[in-house]
Design a protein around this ligand. Structure first.
Ligand code: SF4
Ligand code: SF4
Length: 97
């Protein structure tokens, strides 16, 4: 049986090394947030280096690239905190609604 060759996991160091991009553009979800989100992401633009890790990993495609900055579509953000957890510069804080 031909099995895929095992490779050692290496943490991506550049956006080109990520295997996939966002699955959907913002606005794909059929319903907007109905008020159940308890925390929201807030970005510190002084700390952000625009590496786009958050953009690639947001499960809802809620993060957009706008004029060299990231922006959040709060109609669709569910407040999961993945973006804040994965930001290598700790540039995203989750704050209470
Ligand atoms: S992961 Fe952090 S540093 Fe990278 S674009 Fe997002 S907020 Fe900026
Ligand atoms: S909190 Fe979750 S849904 Fe909202 S922008 Fe961050 S990763 Fe995406």
């Amino acid at each position: 049986m031909n099995r895929p060759k095992k490779t050692e996991f290496k943490f991506p160091t550049h956006v080109d090394e990520y295997p996939t991009g966002p699955q959907y553009a913002a606005g794909y979800l059929p319903e907007t947030n109905a008020g159940w989100r308890t925390v929201r992401p807030v970005v510190d633009y002084d700390a952000c280096v625009f590496c786009l890790r958050c953009y690639l990993l947001c499960p809802d495609g809620t993060i957009m690239k706008e004029n060299g900055k990231i922006e959040f579509d709060m109609d669709y953000c569910k407040g999961c905190g993945v973006c804040a957890h994965e930001c290598p510069k700790d540039a995203i804080k989750m704050v209470k609604e």
